[in-house]
Unconditional design. Structure first.
Length: 196
């Protein structure tokens, strides 16, 4: 056990592409006005929570969310938090892709010119190791990133396959907490949103 360390997974706020259901990886787009409002609510929710380390994807949507949430001064950019590289599917919706490849799933089918789920899982494993090494017993680490990498990170935390990230829905601007029950890795809370 890593002495009660918690990993707080924080998905960036809404973008035009997340709103439209487009696969967004290496395309560096900003938050929408709604995404920035959600980040303000994140700031209110996180107020008073001490993080021993903060890591953020290099993409502006994650960095902007982190900054509005008030943690940019503490944040370290880590490329392992970049979103799954969708290759030729970048910018397309699942419906558009299925128009060309019926039944296609990001979780089950090859990602042409992109990453495999297993490779994203290796990056998640490296991020987990870095997060655990970066904080004292009982500490908290915040990770600002994207839907699929955070879903895969949660699956790997639970010692599941990377593709088992398909089991965890994750909304924009949400907070999830991974932790421990005695020596067992668990999800303490998942997909806490801030609507209304």
């Amino acid at each position: 056990m890593s002495d009660g360390i918690e990993l707080w997974l924080i998905r960036h706020g809404e973008t035009e592409w997340s709103l439209g259901g487009q696969h967004t990886s290496r395309t560096d787009i900003p938050l929408t006005a709604q995404g920035r409002e959600r980040a303000v609510k994140l700031k209110d929710y996180l107020k008073g929570t001490k993080f021993d380390a903060v890591f953020v994807s290099p993409m502006q949507r994650a960095r902007e969310t982190c900054a509005i949430a008030g943690l940019a001064g503490q944040a370290v950019v880590d490329d392992n938090l970049m979103e799954w590289d969708y290759g030729i599917y970048e910018g397309k919706t699942t419906a558009q892709i299925r128009g060309e490849t019926p039944g296609w799933s990001v979780w089950k089918d090859p990602i042409v010119d992109g990453e495999t789920a297993e490779h994203v899982g290796e990056r998640a494993d490296a991020m987990i190791a870095r997060a655990l090494a970066s904080t004292p017993a009982g500490g908290r680490v915040a990770l600002f990133a994207h839907a699929h990498i955070l879903r895969i990170l949660a699956a790997r935390w639970l010692l599941l396959s990377a593709a088992d990230g398909s089991l965890f829905a994750l909304g924009t601007g949400s907070v999830s907490v991974l932790g421990w029950e005695r020596e067992t890795r668990v999800i303490q809370s998942w997909n806490r949103g801030f609507d209304g």
